[in-house]
Design a protein around this ligand. Structure first.
Ligand code: CO
Length: 214
């Protein structure tokens, strides 16, 4: 475990390492950002954003919360998504779940968890949408893993329902939405290769916000 006092020492070492490679590094960093990716992941301390992708400061716009949820009444995520698509004009939005997610595990084991109840309810709804598939999986670990993946799918849908995202699509064709899972057991990222354009086409008549002519 990292000692509290080490954090600033580590930071100083990191600064020196960056400056050794490029004395202008922080001068350039201060000039602004134009990341191509918005990453929405879990707050879990084992699932970092930039480090596991080898990305540098300035390359990924990040939002993290418990179990990587996109909740329509959450003004935090709505602001992040609006800023990312309208001002940063990101090309890709990645929803990244992870196996062994404590939020998913808690949602699968109903109990009164106080403030967490309303947050976990979104995950319990995901279970309800996919109950037939999940209940047919007899092995607990496999069912847990599958709920992690189905939660990513549902959160990708929730991204596509957002007005800022749809406006950007109709203006520029971007961003593309991707569903990934980080496997904390191997360190590997897995692209679920969801065909979200096709998936969304099936429910577009319900969620389409495109202004109607006339
Ligand atoms: Co998690």
């Amino acid at each position: 475990m990292i000692n509290f006092k080490e954090l600033f020492k580590n930071n100083e070492r990191w600064v020196q390492d960056k400056l050794a490679i490029d004395p202008q590094y922080f001068k350039q960093l201060a000039e602004g950002q134009s990341p191509e990716y918005l990453y929405i992941g879990c707050s879990d301390s084992r699932v970092t954003a930039e480090e596991l992708m080898g990305a540098e400061p300035g390359e990924i716009f990040v939002h993290r919360n418990i179990a990587n949820l996109v909740v329509n009444s959450d003004s935090n995520i709505n602001a992040v998504v609006q800023y990312a698509v309208e001002f940063l004009k990101v090309k890709h939005i990645i929803v990244c779940g992870h196996y062994e997610c404590g939020g998913i595990r808690a949602a699968m084991n109903p109990s009164d968890m106080g403030q967490l109840n309303s947050w976990l309810q979104t995950l319990r709804d995901v279970y309800r949408f996919h109950k037939a598939e999940l209940d047919a999986i007899k092995e607990d670990q496999a069912r847990f893993d599958r709920l992690v993946e189905l939660n990513v799918l549902e959160q990708c849908f929730n991204i596509m329902k957002i007005d800022h995202v749809q406006r950007a699509w109709y203006n520029s064709g971007f961003p593309t939405v991707h569903g990934w899972v980080f496997d904390v057991r191997t360190g590997r990222l897995k692209d679920l290769e969801l065909d979200l354009g096709k998936e969304f086409a099936g429910i577009r008549s319900i969620y389409d916000l495109k202004p109607k002519n006339g």
